[in-house]
Design a binder for this molecule. Structure first.
Ligand code: SF4
Length: 171
């Protein structure tokens, strides 16, 4: 019997209460469809790097071409903490032979394409990847990545499944 493929996933999407407010973002569609075809490997960059639950909300701020992870009220910087943890985590993930990764949209750590980037005056200047997602992209340029909101689109979802090599009749 062959082992199921492994897909990395933001831990809040499988129901782990790791969000800044102690809540989760359980996604029944992912669990009920992809969860039946693959072993989901949960990862929460913010709690696993030691920021704890609950924690202050954070956002990405670009200053002189450098993107920093800052708390939204007190302005504390967690960039290096998150990046150092990401480097170690990626070494660990390289041994897991992941087929793909599903990440939480718009998160300053997990978002792939939709995370807001602000200037130092608080104006939004762009959207892009969160810090952990950017490290993933750099370490695994061929790894299929999806944000959970992108999977609501049937064409995107079907293409993602094809990239993972999953055949399913689920709509
Ligand atoms: S979006 Fe990422 S960092 Fe935020 S709670 Fe979910 S898994 Fe953790």
């Amino acid at each position: 019997m062959t082992s199921p493929i492994k897909i990395g996933i933001s831990a809040c999407l499988i129901g782990q209460p790791v969000r800044y407010d102690g809540e989760d973002q359980r996604n029944a569609m992912i669990l009920d469809t992809l969860g039946r075809h693959a072993q989901l490997v949960p990862v929460c960059p913010e709690t696993e790097c030691g920021l704890g639950v609950p924690r202050e909300t954070m956002h990405l701020v670009e200053e002189q071409g450098v993107i920093r992870l800052l708390t939204t009220e007190s302005g504390l910087e967690h960039t290096e903490k998150l990046l150092a943890w990401s480097r170690d985590k990626i070494s660990e993930l390289k041994k897991k032979n992941l087929a793909g990764f599903i990440l939480k949209s718009r998160s300053p750590s997990c978002g792939v394409r939709s995370t807001k980037i602000f200037d130092d005056k608080g104006g939004q200047t762009a959207t892009g990847p969160g810090l952990f997602a950017r490290c993933l992209q750099q370490a695994f340029p061929e790894l299929p990545l999806a944000e959970e909101e992108e999977l609501r689109d049937h064409t995107f979802y079907t293409n993602f499944l094809n990239k993972l090599g999953i055949r399913t009749t689920a709509e």
